[in-house]
Structures are given as C-alpha cells and as structure tokens.
Design a protein around this ligand. Structure first.
Ligand SMILES: [Zn+2]
Length: 165
C-alpha cells in the first residue's frame, strides 16, 4: 500500500528526538539554508509558504495571477467533476505559489513576492529559459495567448474557467 503524504507526516511527527532545525544546515557565513522543521516534525517554511499562497489566492479572487484561470487547492477530483474536465487536465489547474522574484535571485517567501499561479503558468515561466521573464513581461505574454484562446486546452475556455477578474 502506498504511503500517503499525510501518513508520512504523521510518521515523522512521531519520531523521537526531533530537534528544532533538523533538515536545515548552516553555511560557513552563518546563514541557514534548507527546510527548518519545528519540534512537531512539521516543515515550517512549507507551512508558511502555503499560508502565503492561500492569502494570495484569496486576494486574487481564486484565479491565476497570469492567466486568470480558476484554480483548485485541495481536491483535484472534485474540481474536475464540478467543471467536467478530465483529471489529467484538471491537475494543471492546481494553485501553486509562484515566486515573482526567484528564490535563487534572493526572492523571499513573503506576501509581496508570492503570487498564486496555476501549474501551467508557473511551470512555463521557468521551463524554457534559463532566466525567467519578469512577472510583467510574462503576464503580458500569457494574456495575449489567452485572448486568442490559446495557452490552455479548449475545454478550459469552453467551461468558462477563464475570465472574470
Ligand atoms: Zn495560469
């Protein structure tokens, strides 16, 4: 039987002897990198990032920062069913945390630097070029494609998942 992420989390919680910053390491200049884990065994960075992502999603009315598609956060199956989309297509409409300024370039996990973006937009922004286009450049490009009913498969447009504000 496959171990679900939740099971794994519960398992890690119950491990004895967890220390507060397990999973992170300290560089020679004293900066700490990696994913800190709190005393309950929960990765704290990921948790706060998902909170920021949720807040961004709320501010954006549940829609992608770039293409304005409606996104899901928890239940891909329910989303697919509600909008009559095939699962393999719906999974690309998952809400992800998009770093407007990349982490490698010093971008932080803050509400100012995190936008809620669909998996398609997030993936494509970083997939093709070594240096991602700026958020403004990329948004303009995406909007242009969306206005021509491209970027997403036809079903996404037919189900009225793009638009609004
Ligand atoms: Zn998008």
């Amino acid at each position: 039987m496959a171990i679900t992420p939740m099971r794994r989390l519960e398992a890690s919680r119950s491990l004895p002897g967890q220390v507060s910053l397990l999973g992170s390491r300290t560089l020679s200049d004293g900066r700490r990198v990696g994913t800190p884990i709190n005393s309950a065994g929960v990765p704290t960075v990921a948790k706060s990032l998902s909170r920021i992502r949720s807040r961004a999603l709320q501010l954006q009315g549940g829609r992608c920062f770039y293409c304005s598609v409606l996104m899901w956060t928890d239940d891909c199956g329910a989303f697919a069913k509600r909008h009559r989309l095939p699962l393999r297509l719906a999974k690309w409409l998952q809400c992800t945390a998009e770093h407007l300024q990349a982490r490698q370039e010093g971008g932080r996990d803050s509400i100012k630097n995190i936008a809620a973006a669909c998996r398609v937009c997030n993936h494509r922004r970083h997939a093709q070029r070594r240096i991602a286009p700026t958020p403004e450049e990329y948004r303009a490009l995406v909007r242009k494609r969306v206005s021509k009913k491209a970027w997403h498969p036809p079903q996404v447009f037919e189900r009225g998942l793009i638009g609004g504000g």
